[in-house]
Design a binder for this molecule. Structure first.
Ligand code: DX5
Ligand code: ZN
Length: 229
């Protein structure tokens, strides 16, 4: 994984056909996805349950590029090795998931993955001020985590603050929740480079009819890149 700030579209397979993850991952990559975003939910940190490390390991061979695992679980630390062994390239933990996010980020890097830290909408940018050299990605949630298909919450000011705090450090800013061709320009202009999108990518298509996935990915990318001057 080499670092750059180009726009990267990361479809969330939370919006894919759960009976068909392998083919869905192959379809979105063939249609232009840069990363594959994998949402892990425990029914405790968030009010929904998705899947765990066994599913991540099963889909890994179907992903050529970056497998971006977003852990919406608490506690995190007992499961880091399982997700690293499942082949996650990026493992993101929430700053709200426990009292020791600093230790968690060290442990993720220690397990050989890139370390991400996610912030719920109610959590300020300053909560990661002392983590900037320990993290490879800051995920700004633009919905309250737990479900796909929710309405975008504007976090533009937080994104700008984080972009300034990051400075020259090789830290991605990822946006997760309600990203589509309308909201992508706002977050890209504020400094985001990784755009997670679930419903906006998977709408209208399927693994057997993947053309709409490509149309949707291209529309989001064009909208985001249009903000460059
Ligand atoms: C929310 C998840 C998101 C979500 C995005 O808890 O972390 O990744 O699936 O879905 P959309 O793009 O539909 O808001
Ligand atoms: Zn996510």
């Amino acid at each position: 994984m080499s670092f750059n700030r180009n726009i990267k579209i990361a479809p969330s397979i939370l919006a894919a056909d759960f009976a068909n993850f392998g083919a869905e991952c192959e379809a979105i990559e063939a249609q232009g996805a840069d990363w594959v975003h994998v949402d892990v939910m425990d029914g405790h940190f968030v009010p929904n349950i998705s899947f765990g490390p066994t599913t991540c390991a099963a889909i890994r061979p179907h992903i050529k590029g970056v497998m971006d695992v977003h852990l919406m679980i608490a506690p995190v630390d007992p499961y880091i090795d399982a997700f690293a062994n499942a082949g996650a390239d990026v493992i993101t933990a929430h700053v709200e998931a426990g009292p020791h996010i600093h230790r968690t980020l060290q442990a993720i890097r220690g397990a050989g993955a890139k370390a991400g830290v996610a912030l719920n909408p109610g959590t300020p940018a300053e909560s990661v001020a002392h983590l900037l050299d320990l993290t490879d990605l800051i995920c700004v949630m633009t919905v309250n985590p737990g479900f796909g298909g929710q309405k975008f919450i504007d976090m533009t000011d937080k994104i700008k603050t984080l972009r300034a705090m990051i400075g020259d450090r090789p830290v991605h800013i990822e946006i997760d929740g309600g990203v589509d061709a309308k909201t992508a320009p706002l977050v890209a202009a504020a400094g985001a480079d990784v755009l997670v999108a679930g419903s906006a990518v998977f709408k209208g298509g399927s693994a057997k009819n993947p053309g709409p996935y490509g149309d949707n990915i291209r529309a989001i990318r064009a909208a985001a890149e249009g903000t460059y001057v």
